[in-house]
Design a protein around this ligand. Structure first.
Ligand SMILES: [Zn+2]
Ligand SMILES: [Zn+2]
Length: 288
């Protein structure tokens, strides 16, 4: 089948077999998307906190002579080290190393989420290193956390009325020497700003969404045609930890099939989450 496909696409079979065997080395279970001409690949890699991170790789026919280009939704990217002998698994290895270095940064962001009032946390999470937090008194503070040195004094942008912002800036300037790298960020902020900071509003957590993000029902209808799935609850959750939207795999499969960019490989559909656009892969029943 692979050979037929290569012929159809007029790709060199050497290129095809190289790509296929290198995907094999990384592990097919990590592959979430594969471009039709095999020049675009994306892999899902779990970081040390079991969060999925997507690595996108673009190659051309000169591969592996020329290095692939890599991208990911991260605060900053690594510089790929490449030689003619390098393979996709080396790209993935370097990506993992890089994720390891970002753990402290993500840990800092998690602490901010848990101890401060982050405005629109869902939005804030998309790789940005500058969460916006409510600091009370109708003011907000945008923190620019350095991904390389997340515990250091962050750059700040205060948002609010001029007099309030000006006084906050002065206090900040006066106190920034009091910032201690070994203290939790929330405590440092409180000390540096000489204010008590409001914690996160406790609204979200309790209402875990269990209804399907597509049909909005918790359970599928009871229907013999659905076989084992008749009346069942959601059985697929978006892997993106900041989305975690639940779906019936049946609904998601139907939805993906209606999207022209969806790709199918055997009985797995590769597409994007309707909510967050991160890659999703759903196993479908092969019978129509
Ligand atoms: Zn559904
Ligand atoms: Zn999602």
């Amino acid at each position: 089948m692979e050979q037929i496909r290569c012929k159809e696409l007029a790709l060199s079979s050497l290129f095809c077999s190289t790509i296929y065997s290198e995907i094999e080395e990384v592990g097919w279970e990590h592959l979430v998307r594969l471009g039709e001409d095999l020049t675009f690949l994306s892999f899902r890699i779990l970081d040390k906190n079991e969060r999925s991170r997507i690595l996108e790789i673009q190659v051309d026919e000169t591969y592996p002579k020329n290095p692939p280009s890599v991208s990911a939704d991260l605060p900053h990217m690594f510089n790929l080290t490449w030689s003619i002998k390098s393979r996709l698994k080396d790209v993935v290895y370097q990506f993992r190393q890089h994720l390891g270095k970002l753990q402290e940064f993500w840990y800092t962001l998690d602490c901010i989420d848990q101890s401060l009032w982050v405005v629109d946390p869902k939005q804030a999470h998309h790789a940005t290193s500058h969460p916006l937090i409510n600091i009370g008194n109708d003011c907000q503070l945008m923190l620019f956390i350095d991904p390389v040195d997340p515990t250091s004094l962050p750059e700040c942008r205060f948002i609010g009325s001029d007099p309030k912002v000006n006084s906050l800036r002065q206090i900040w300037k006066r106190n920034c020497k009091r910032w201690m790298k070994n203290k939790p960020l929330a405590e440092n902020l409180a000390i540096t700003l000489e204010i008590q900071l409001p914690g996160p509003p406790d609204v979200q957590k309790n209402d875990q969404q269990v209804e399907c993000g597509i049909c909005y029902a918790q359970c599928l209808p009871v229907d013999d045609e659905l076989g084992a799935k008749s009346g069942s609850g959601t059985d697929y959750t978006c892997d993106n930890g900041n989305c975690s939207r639940a779906f019936h795999s049946l609904c998601l499969g139907d939805w993906l099939r209606s999207i022209t960019t969806t790709r199918q490989s055997f009985d797995v559909l590769f597409g994007n989450c309707p909510y967050c656009s991160e890659p999703v892969a759903v196993k479908i029943n092969s019978k129509k």
